[in-house]
Design a protein around this ligand. Structure first.
Ligand code: ADP
Ligand code: MG
Length: 615
């Protein structure tokens, strides 16, 4: 029998290797950005199109490559970063395996342009599926530009496996943010589909955080720094009062490499202890410097986990550093953003004017829809209660209201069996209890309504139907308002543009991370547009992390939650009546979208029995 074992052709071997390094557009982004940093760049631009599926390009002003090096860089195990095995224990660069470019070029169409500073001409190399298509001398800028087109064009199974654009883009943004945080001294810009998403000037870490996450972070950062013989810890943590309900920005870097560690995260959470609620997540960006010999350095390039030789000590140090920072924050100065993170602020410069967080959430007052229809509905409300069958229904309903239903509550098409015809009382008395509840007399007894929960239910159903019918009434502003959002929120907004507009928001994009709002949904009076937008997005993110709702469901819930009347809001009789009317017109009047009860009914029988009487 003839021999059957063969060496795999390089192109196939590379494709197999690529599977490990390049899982999605974001992995290519990470590798290219890290190469640019390793090349000593001071300015790096990232361009993506179609969430990286069509194009990922990184342009840097680093050392560039000679024509031979450029050609070599696409070979597997080709690296300039390791020469001998000892180098493995002293790695200062991000890459060292020489796999990334070979892997990327195996599964994409790659065009590299590069020029060394001291050379007059650069080189342009095109590679498709590991095959060099062309190489020519060209005039180009100093540094390197690598364009990765049509990732996985030759591996359909992988290409089809990619997630939707918003999801892939989120992964790319995550990688970009991690790299940008670890290198505030480098200027970064990020363009997606020709839209400039970030421009980050070279500055200190605090400024980088603010440029990345928004101006709101200026007032919430606490400097954290702790040097010991074993590790150095530095960075910023968020003031406890700014902790969010959604897991937001939390970053650990070990020797400037982003890592994920639930163990160290626990150390931070432990330090915050009772300063924040159990369900809140503080902000942190912490850099841990440790002797490379004390960690497992040969971690896989795409993995973000890391092994410490002495995990417990690192845990204790992180916890102590955060605790100390928190303990001093009330008497410490607000951070001087012009200073670098390493700069120790002399104590005499420390101002004592610590700014308290301003409560920004503004109550949105409720104005009912007032029209003839409402009045009529109100007049017939609670009609037909004499009917015995209806009475039975009401009894059953009363029993039901004692149960708390799970989250299926909103998807149940079946109505509660309660309708306004059942409840008619022609001599209705309605009043507000402690500005929180509405008590109303009905023929069979009384109903107690939670005004906030009820309003949330009404708005939720209304918004959901707007989202499905793509029609939302909007109130136009005389003077359009411009709002600058954080890049993250801006991107999220872009992802939901269609839905947000269906709700009645009217806005245009006005440059980088800025929108101009011309109108908001018609039934949200006197709202502060900026707060409304921001709180809507915040609520959306919170729901996203806790409940994994679909986009429409989440938006309807978020906006309903944020625009419903709060407890403590005084309502007029007309408002109360209109609220009751609208509530009973709902598909599921008895529960708020989160499953809490909106109302409790009490029959005269029940009341009598409480006094040991029979009706
Ligand atoms: P590694 O980074 O592990 O060495 P890569 O495949 O990412 O492997 O890159 C291979 C080599 O190509 C690098 O070692 C480096 O010499 C060169 N290279 C890659 N990208 C750049 C760049 N942007 N600027 C200069 N040289 C680069
Ligand atoms: Mg590399």
């Amino acid at each position: 029998m003839s021999d059957i074992i063969r060496l795999l052709p390089d192109s196939i071997a590379n494709q197999i290797a690529a599977g490990e390094v390049v899982q999605r557009p974001a992995s290519a982004v990470k590798e290219l950005l890290e190469n640019a940093i390793d090349a000593g760049s001071t300015k790096i631009r990232l361009i993506v199109k179609d969430a990286g599926k069509q194009l990922i390009q990184v342009i840097d002003n680093g050392v560039g490559m000679s024509a031979t090096d450029a050609r070599m860089s696409f070979e597997r195990h080709a690296t300039s970063k390791i020469r001998q095995s000892e180098d493995l224990f002293n790695i200062k660069t991000f890459g060292f395996r020489g796999e990334a470019l070979a892997s990327i070029a195996a599964v994409a169409q790659v065009e590299m342009k590069t020029r060394k500073n001291n050379e007059e001409l650069g080189v342009c190399i095109k590679v498709e599926g590991s095959e060099v298509k062309s190489q020519e001398a060209i005039a180009c800028e100093k540094g390197t530009s690598i364009a990765v087109k049509n990732l996985f064009y030759n591996v359909p199974a992988r290409r089809n496996f990619l997630k939707s654009n918003p999801v892939e883009l989120r992964h790319i943004m995550d990688e970009f943010q991690r790299v940008a945080l670890a290198h505030p001294e480098i200027e970064f810009s990020f363009y997606q589909n020709d839209l400039e998403t970030y421009t980050l000037r070279a500055d200190n870490l605090a400024q980088r955080i603010i440029d990345l996450f928004g101006k709101g972070y200026r007032e919430q950062l606490i400097h954290c720094k702790e040097d010991t013989d074993f590790v150095d810890i530095k960075g910023y943590i968020g003031k406890p009062e700014f902790a969010k309900k959604s897991r937001g920005e939390q970053f650990f870097f070990v020797n400037n490499r982003f890592i994920k560690s639930s163990y160290l995260n626990h150390a931070v959470m432990f330090a915050y202890d009772k300063l924040i609620g159990d369900d809140a997540f503080p902000f942190y960006v912490l850099f841990i410097e440790i002797d490379p010999k004390k960690i497992d350095i040969n971690v896989h390039p795409t993995k973000t986990e890391i092994k410490f030789d002495d995990e417990k000590t690192v845990y204790a140090m992180v916890r102590a550093a955060v605790k100390k920072a928190l303990a001093t924050h009330n008497i410490a100065p607000s951070i001087d953003y012009e200073l670098d993170i390493n700069f120790n602020i002399p104590s005499e410069q420390r101002g004592m004017n610590f700014e308290e967080k301003e409560t920004t959430s503004k109550n949105i007052s409720y104005t009912p829809r007032q029209n003839n229809e409402t009045k009529q509905a109100w007049e017939t409300l609670y009609n037909g209660f004499e009917n015995k069958e209806n009475l039975e229904k009401l009894k059953r309903y009363e029993e039901m209201t004692v149960l708390t239903l799970g989250s299926k509550i909103n998807s149940t098409e079946e109505s509660s069996g309660l309708n306004k015809d059942m409840l008619y009382s022609d001599n209705t008395t309605t009043f507000q209890l402690h500005n929180k509840y509405i008590v109303t007399q009905i023929k069979s007894g009384m109903a107690l309504i939670d005004q906030q929960a009820a309003h949330e239910r009404i708005l939720y159903e209304k918004y959901l139907s707007m989202l499905h019918n793509k029609f939302g009434a909007s109130q136009q502003f005389l003077f359009p308002q411009s709002i600058e959002l954080s890049p993250n929120d801006f991107t999220l907004l872009m992802e939901m543009e269609e839905e947000i507009k269906a709700l009645g928001f009217v806005y245009n994009i006005f440059g980088k991370n800025t929108i101009v709002v011309n109108g908001i949904p018609a039934d949200i009076p006197n709202a502060n547009e900026k707060n409304l937008f921001e709180s809507l997005i915040e609520q959306y993110k919170q729901n996203q992390s806790e409940l994994k709702l679909d986009k429409k469901e989440n938006l309807a819930r978020s906006l309903a939650k944020r625009s419903a009347i709060r407890p403590g809001t005084k309502l007029t009789l007309t408002e109360m009546n209109s609220l009751i009317d609208q509530l009973f017109a709902c598909k599921m009047p008895t529960y708020a979208p989160n499953g809490n009860l909106t109302l409790v009914l009490m029959s005269m029988d029940k009341i009598a029995s409480m006094f040991h009487k029979t009706e």
